[in-house]
Design a protein around this ligand. Structure first.
Ligand SMILES: [Zn+2]
Ligand SMILES: [Zn+2]
Length: 376
């Protein structure tokens, strides 16, 4: 094994570099680093591919320029602790060798207006970061977490894949339902979309006294997964018309419609349909309409007539990362998390990993730099 491939070359190992101007991707040597006070260095064991990574590399999300690092869902092992760092963001003691999960895209400074008011929208978010400086991105051998990157120690038998299965879709679902408020006994929840965000939303909603958890999506294998993760009814998007879906939901709700609709489809056409599915006083949470330039026309009058609430959902407080970890640990017997991970790639095939996510053939894709390096 040559030193470069071992992942310990100068402490930096390899990293995926995305050129946001040329929209290209390459695997390069990463700069070596030492842990800053309050920060740490971790060996990445597994990094999840997020749908938003795909939106970025095709140029739909323009929040970065130049050469940057990606991968904001990562699991790894602490290799070095910076001065003064003794506990994780949940107050749990940490040592070298501990397994941790971190959210590199969330870097609250704790001092700006956003951090001090909402706690979830830092005005000085450090993401994505230039690849020329050590950073906490997941598509690399060795990650450098600044003191601002939330991380949590992982104990117990939970596997890396179970932790990565939903990635940031699980914090998104948990935050979304916090914004939504209580799902009351007997209510009907409709989820539009059967990707990771939609299935995570159905799963979290299923831990409520709801009457129905209805997932609309495609293809069939995703709907089958949705049923394993709490959906009581699934409706095949490709085999039904909007009128048929509305009729089915009225049939399941005594003609009332859905008390809660959660959009996790990511296509603008979902919006007018979602409004049509709402019951009076219904709540509509938008979680997947994240990027893109297409528009859709809709009639706003039903929003008024139904006294409906439309709620946007982006970002979450750092503690939601801990809630997501605890959710997986507490429910790993109840839900088959590992089944969500359908594709695994070594680091040098990050491009293929993103492509598998983009073409819809995969449910969840993970990159495993450590396993690959050990096999060389
Ligand atoms: Zn994400
Ligand atoms: Zn801040």
């Amino acid at each position: 094994m040559d030193e470069h491939m071992s992942g310990t070359d100068n402490g930096g190992g390899r990293q995926a570099v995305f050129d946001m101007d040329a929209l290209t991707l390459s695997i390069e040597h990463a700069p070596g680093a030492v842990a800053e006070p309050g920060g740490l260095i971790a060996r990445v064991t597994l990094a999840g591919v997020c749908g938003s990574d795909v939106h970025r590399i095709v140029g739909h999300v323009k929040d970065a320029v130049g050469r940057v690092s990606f991968g904001h869902e990562a699991v790894g092992v602490i290799e070095e602790l910076g001065e003064g760092l003794t506990v994780d963001w949940g107050g749990v003691p940490v040592s070298v060798g501990d397994r941790i999960i971190w959210y590199a895209g969330s870097t609250p400074c704790g001092e700006c207006r956003g951090c001090r008011t909402t706690g979830e929208a830092c005005d000085d978010r450090q993401w994505p970061l230039p690849s020329s400086i050590p950073n906490a991105a997941g598509y690399r051998d060795t990650a450098t977490l600044s003191r601002r990157v939330p991380f949590f120690r992982v104990d117990g038998p939970v596997t890396d894949e179970e932790l990565a299965a939903f990635g940031c879709a699980l914090p998104t679902a948990i935050s979304g339902q916090r914004r939504l408020g209580l799902i009351e006994a007997g209510q009907t929840v409709v989820v539009q979309g059967a990707g990771p965000v939609g299935i995570a939303a159905a799963m979290v909603a299923s831990i409520s006294p709801a009457r129905n958890i209805i997932v609309i999506g495609a293809p069939a294998h995703r709907l089958e997964l949705a049923r394993k993760f709490g959906a009581t009814v699934t409706i095949d998007l490709e085999a039904t018309s909007a009128e048929e879906r509305l009729a089915r939901i009225h049939e399941l709700t005594d003609g009332r419609g859905a008390d809660v609709v959660i959009e996790a489809a990511g296509v603008p056409e979902a919006f007018p349909e979602g409004v049509s599915l709402l019951a009076r006083h219904g709540r509509y949470l938008l979680s997947g309409l994240y990027s893109g330039t297409r528009e859709v026309s809709f009639d706003p009058v039903p929003i008024t007539l139904k006294s409906a609430r439309i709620i946007g959902n982006l970002g979450s407080r750092p503690e939601v990362g801990l809630q997501a970890l605890r959710f997986v640990q507490a429910n790993r017997e109840r839900f088959p998390f590992a089944e969500i991970v359908t594709h695994r790639y070594p680091l040098e095939r990050v491009g293929d990993a993103l492509a598998a996510m983009q073409d819809g053939s995969a449910m969840k894709v993970v990159v495993e730099p450590a396993r690959e390096a050990a096999a060389v």
